[in-house]
Design a binder for this molecule. Structure first.
Ligand SMILES: *Cc1c(COP(=O)(O)O)cnc(C)c1O
Length: 432
């Protein structure tokens, strides 16, 4: 397939990353529309993407990168897969938003339900943030309880009540980690350390968890953690909410719930189900979801919820995710993980590359973190930023922050992986 053009027609002034960042900073706070894109955590200025195809992105200066950001997860087929592009174009030509239901919404919901055992009904939103925020409201409305428990280092979008900061090691109640979030907004949020089953009492509406933590690097659940949460919630009559915005439809057809054999009461989804367009969803049993308006008293809505372009992209994405696709994704991730570990080993750099299915993380240091404190200790070594810089110079894009997962796609070839490993071997040798 032809590589897309990345440069403007001759005669135009050629844009540069630095020039665009300067313009961006004049009109967008920090030059970006989502903080991690600003490279604040790693230094330098962002590359501005001109186009992307398969496993690769091209910046406005014509540099090509093997891309492991992949929009932080949605583009599981790689960038601009023809089936998704065609579905989105066809949907757009038939109208972009109606304020009335469409068949595509029903089809996407049916497809999701068919893949996730226990998921009976769901509501589509426009982001994972809305999905998690709405799941919390539903859990509170359905149980008549106020308190929620979340885990330090787990990200559930940027709703106020979910932006409570985690202290390391001990559960903190009512501490906001964000200016503008009032003590009242997080007064009912308890933050507990990941991988330890907290005490769940009868004031607790819900326990929210990323079943594989993928927003503090990649931290796998220890044996018994998820089952322990299930039992603790059952014992207290609280709802267990799996935030599968990253793991859903990525760890396998049935996501983390199926992967670990633990079924939550509510799921949150996003990312993969939109194939790169803005989508989220939350769902559970028919009975629980009946608390939601218009059937019940928990209000939740969205002008663009179930948007036809997004549902078309999501459907085309899920349709490509069969058993062979998951096998391939896992094989790609395994090749990358073992290659990176070898490269670091050869360079004498202490690093671990945890992997769950096709999800990968990278931590400098000899320890595999099992909670946020462990992840933070690795990050404090300060090796991620120089490693990232050395990889970018070699045409490999990892996320510009040390707490992000590494995302492979179906478009990554063995040659892409081998080139990445070769770059990592050189980059590791440059580390201080
Ligand atoms: C990305 C993410 C969210 C938020 O989704 P947005 O679409 O960015 O609002 C929520 N939960 C998890 C686990 C995520 O990774």
């Amino acid at each position: 397939m032809a590589e897309p053009r990345s440069r403007p027609a001759s005669g135009d002034t050629e844009p540069s990353n630095a020039g665009l960042f300067e313009r961006a900073c004049a009109v967008l706070p920090g030059g970006v529309n989502s903080p991690v894109r600003a490279f604040g955590a790693v230094g330098g200025t962002p590359y501005f993407v001109a186009s992307a195809h398969g496993a690769h992105v091209w910046d406005v200066e014509g540099n090509r990168y093997i891309d492991y950001v992949q929009s932080y997860g949605p583009t599981i087929l790689g960038h601009a897969p023809p089936s998704v592009v065609e579905a989105v174009c066809a949907a757009a030509a038939a109208g972009t938003s109606f304020g009335a239901p469409t068949e595509a919404e029903v089809r996407l919901a049916e497809e999701m339900r068919a893949r996730v055992p226990g998921l009976e009904t769901l509501r589509l939103t426009s982001s994972g943030t809305e999905a998690a925020m709405s799941a919390v409201r539903l859990a509170r409305g359905a149980t008549g309880r106020n308190k929620i428990i979340k885990f330090a280092g787990c990200y559930h979008g940027h709703a106020d009540s979910l932006l409570a900061a985690g202290g390391s090691g001990v559960a903190n109640q009512g501490l906001s980690g964000c200016d503008g979030v009032t003590p009242g907004a997080v007064a009912d949020t308890v933050v507990a350390p990941y991988n330890v089953v907290p005490k769940v009492d009868e004031d607790t509406a819900a326990v929210l968890v990323e079943p594989v933590a993928a927003n503090m690097g990649l931290v796998a659940p220890q044996d018994g953690f998820l089952a322990g949460l299930r039992a603790a919630c059952d014992g207290a009559g609280a709802l267990l909410v799996f935030d599968e915005v990253i793991t859903g439809f990525r760890l396998g057809r049935g996501g983390a719930a199926e992967f670990y054999g633990v079924r939550p009461d509510l799921w949150c989804f996003g990312k993969v189900i939109g194939g790169g367009l803005p989508v989220g969803a939350f769902g559970g049993s028919r009975e629980l979801m009946a608390h939601l308006a218009p059937l019940g008293g928990v209000y939740q809505a969205g002008t663009l919820s179930g948007n036809p372009l997004a549902t078309a992209a999501g459907l085309a994405t899920l349709e490509a995710l069969d058993a062979a696709a998951y096998e391939r994704l896992e094989a790609v991730a395994a090749r990358l993980a073992s290659g990176l570990e070898e490269a670091f080993g050869a360079a004498g750099t202490a690093a671990v590359v945890p992997r769950v299915g096709s999800l990968l993380g990278l931590f400098f240091g000899a320890e595999t973190p099992r909670d946020f404190a462990g992840a933070a200790a690795s990050v404090a070594r300060g090796l991620y930023a120089p490693f990232l810089g050395a990889m970018l110079r070699r045409g490999v894009a990892l996320a510009p922050g040390p707490y992000e997962a590494i995302f492979v796609s179906l478009a990554h070839s063995d040659a892409d992986i081998d080139a990445t490993v070769a770059a990592a071997a050189e980059a590791a040798a440059e580390l201080p």
